[in-house]
Design a protein around this ligand. Structure first.
Ligand code: NDP
Length: 267
């Protein structure tokens, strides 16, 4: 068979997707890749300027469909309500794919984490995913669509000094399994990707300076079996696979995208 006749395994042509945390890192790479694969995208984050840059980049992609940016804080009920007004306007009463990606990392052990920090991390990393998934459920049922949550290797393994983050991501993994079982009968699949260290703004936003971040990336060479940190596009590709019909018999999985980190004992 000539190469041009081989069907494209990961194809999102004609699909509609809502992606949170799309202004940088994994979410941004996912939004661009989804447009390249033919999906229409609603891209959500707080920073309107960065969303505008994303829209400008996506408008150079020659594929049917569109990208529409919504500036919203997904931890705020009123913002999420406005977001779903935009969803209704752009997608109607159904859409195919929900990517729950927005998240933050804050350091702190059990001795250092106060309830304000705990709530801040849980509100974004877990409660917002619950809230958006609940609001999206009927749209996804109408489309027989699917959800991909962006969890972390920290949901599967524990690392000291990031207590709230670890708990939030373990919660995301359990939410993934729960909702997968609850919506399977309606034809909706729910999965997560669990990245290892990935080069994005996440760690810098948590307070690491240039030197600490470089040393963290150097350390990743020994903590990831493949000998390096990942790139956001490598996570985006796994998200696109799980969101596509190529994964039609996959639901309830938490897929490590971590260069083998989850399989390793500490060195
Ligand atoms: P980035 O910091 O680059 O991206 C985070 C995104 O979330 C940004 O687009 C940010 O946009 C958005 N965001 C943050 N707070 C809110 C909010 N309240 N409402 C709406 N959007 C918000 O980090 P990553 O790309 O790395 O993070 C994406 C996901 O990947 C997270 O869930 C993270 O936990 C997970 N992950 C990342 C790993 C890594 O090593 N990078 C490893 C494992 C998991 P804005 O500021 O404009 O709102």
């Amino acid at each position: 068979m000539a190469t041009s006749q081989i069907p494209q395994i990961i194809n999102l042509a004609g699909k509609s997707a809502l992606i949170t945390g799309a202004s940088s890192g994994i979410g941004r790479s996912t939004a661009v890749l989804f447009r390249q694969l033919g999906a229409s995208v609603i891209a959500v984050a707080r920073n309107a300027d960065r969303l505008k840059e994303l829209v400008e980049e996506c408008e150079t992609i020659k594929q049917p469909g569109f990208i529409h940016a919504v500036s919203a804080d997904v931890t705020r009920e009123d913002d999420v309500d406005s977001l779903f007004t935009s969803v209704q306007q752009k997608f109607g009463d159904k859409f195919d794919i929900l990517i729950n990606n927005a998240g933050l990392l804050e350091k702190g052990s059990i001795l250092e984490t106060d309830t304000k920090q705990y709530d801040r991390v849980m509100d974004l990393n877990l409660k917002a995913i619950y809230n958006i998934t609940a609001k999206a459920a009927q749209y996804l049922i109408n489309a027989k669509g699917n959800v991909v949550n962006v969890s972390s290797v920290n949901g599967m393994r524990s690392f000291p000094g990031v207590l709230a983050y670890n708990i939030s991501k373990a919660g995301v993994d359990q939410l993934t399994r729960c909702v997968a079982l609850e919506l399977a009968a309606q034809g909706v699949r729910v999965n997560s990707v669990n990245p290892g260290v990935t080069v994005t703004e996440l760690h810098r936003r948590s307070g690491m300076d240039d030197k600490a971040y470089q040393s963290f990336l150097d350390h990743s060479k020994s903590t990831h079996a493949l000998g390096r940190a990942g790139q956001s596009i490598e996570v985006a590709r796994a998200i696109a696979f799980l969101a596509s019909d190529a994964a039609s018999f996959i639901t309830g999985v938490t897929l490590p995208v971590d260069g083998g980190r989850h399989a390793m004992c500490p060195r």
